[in-house]
Design a binder for this molecule. Structure first.
Ligand SMILES: NC(=O)c1ccc[n+]([C@@H]2O[C@H](COP(=O)([O-])OP(=O)(O)OC[C@H]3O[C@@H](n4cnc5c(N)ncnc54)[C@H](O)[C@@H]3O)[C@@H](O)[C@H]2O)c1
Length: 333
């Protein structure tokens, strides 16, 4: 069991942690009722395990359709209505049980319903375990763009059970690996070596990736500066996702191409060693995250103009000096 305690909420990482969910709630929640938000796929796999873990509670469930399409205002409204119909009160507890879509949506419901309800995250994808469940950013998409509506809303607890990843499809698993490679490149050389050596990750690698994000979030909780290093690979990554209508490439695949482009920019500016580019490329190929022909920056520059992270005075871009060392540079589009 690994415990992180210096965010305002604890993060527990343990194989089999789900079984202990009920007992963990007792440390801060005196109520009898819990309201679980999950998606149909996750709930299909883990319904019984979840009810067993929450045997001491009266459990209401709101199940949404899997997929990014559910991170919408219409699903938000639907979930809020169903929770109210099931009798949720302001002093009740919401449990987000699913990947990043469920976490972002359920967290946004928790942030806003009755002006804020306590909530717990049980992330079930690797991406959600190492990334989206940490940092308290919650929200939904608009047809105009992703994550345009949202809030910061700390959960009471994040419970990470790597055993839940056994049912995850390979492509989804590697989608999480891409964010772990990113975390390693901006903040942890040992994690980078581990990711090269092992195809599957365990609690130590998950803990290391979380630690990188946590360290950065703690220094910049409201995303005013440093936190942008977490966007390494994401400027082009987002452009690639958007240019292909969010269909062809998964987020982790798009940022993998984006990281390679950012490494090339770094080589041109004499910040990134060429050998590092080759090494990262080999790793991303080995994980099926990129394939030939590699996507080229010239095809996506136009899209970047729409990126909400772009500043009027140019583009602040994350480059890598060496494994574990990110720098923020002003670049011209
Ligand atoms: N809040 C943040 O800081 C943050 C950070 C990164 C990403 N995100 C968001 O996260 C979302 C992507 O999250 P995701 O990649 O987890 O996608 P997801 O939630 O859509 O899950 C991917 C698929 O895996 C299935 N699944 C989930 N857990 C499973 C399990 N244990 N076994 C089998 N199948 C399982 C889901 O049903 C879904 O079909 C995006 O909307 C992104 O914007 C948020």
């Amino acid at each position: 069991l690994i415990e992180h305690k210096n965010l305002s909420y604890p993060i527990y990482i343990e194989a089999g942690a789900l079984e202990r969910l009920g007992e963990m709630l007792l440390t801060f929640y005196q109520g009898r009722e819990v309201f679980v938000i999950s998606d149909r796929t996750v709930f299909g796999y883990y319904r019984d395990a979840l009810f067993a873990a929450l045997a001491a509670y009266s459990v209401e469930t709101v199940i949404i359709e899997p997929g990014e399409g559910s991170k919408s205002l219409s699903t938000y409204e639907d979930v809020a209505r169903r929770l109210i119909e099931k009798g949720i009160r302001r002093d009740h507890l919401i449990i987000a049980f699913g990947g990043g879509v469920v976490g972002d949506l359920a967290g946004f419901v928790a942030a806003t319903l009755y002006r804020g309800i306590r909530w717990v995250q049980v992330p079930t994808t690797l991406l959600a375990q190492v990334d989206s469940s940490i940092g308290a950013k919650v929200g939904v998409n608009l047809p105009l763009g992703k994550n345009l509506i949202g809030a910061f809303h700390d959960p009471e607890l994040v419970l990470i059970d790597p055993k839940l990843l056994d049912t995850l499809e390979n492509r989804e698993y590697n989608n999480g690996i891409a964010e772990m490679i990113k975390a390693a490149l901006i903040g942890d050389p040992i994690l980078y070596e581990r990711l090269k050596e092992n195809e599957r990750v365990g609690i130590e690698e998950i803990d290391r990736a979380i630690s990188v994000k946590k360290r950065i979030v703690l220094e910049d909780p409201y995303e005013q500066g440093l936190r942008m290093v977490l966007n390494f690979g994401h400027t082009f990554g987002h452009a690639i996702e958007r240019a292909h209508g969010y269909k062809t490439y998964k987020h982790g695949e798009a940022i993998s191409y984006g990281m390679l482009i950012a490494l090339l920019v770094g080589i041109e500016r004499k910040i990134t060693p060429k050998a590092l580019y080759d090494d990262v490329k080999d790793l991303l190929f080995a994980r099926g995250l990129v394939e030939l022909p590699l996507l080229e920056r010239k095809d996506y520059v136009k899209e970047i103009a729409y990126d909400k992270k772009q500043r009027a005075d140019g583009l602040r871009f994350i480059l890598i000096k060496d494994i574990g060392q990110a720098v923020i540079e002003q670049v011209d589009l």
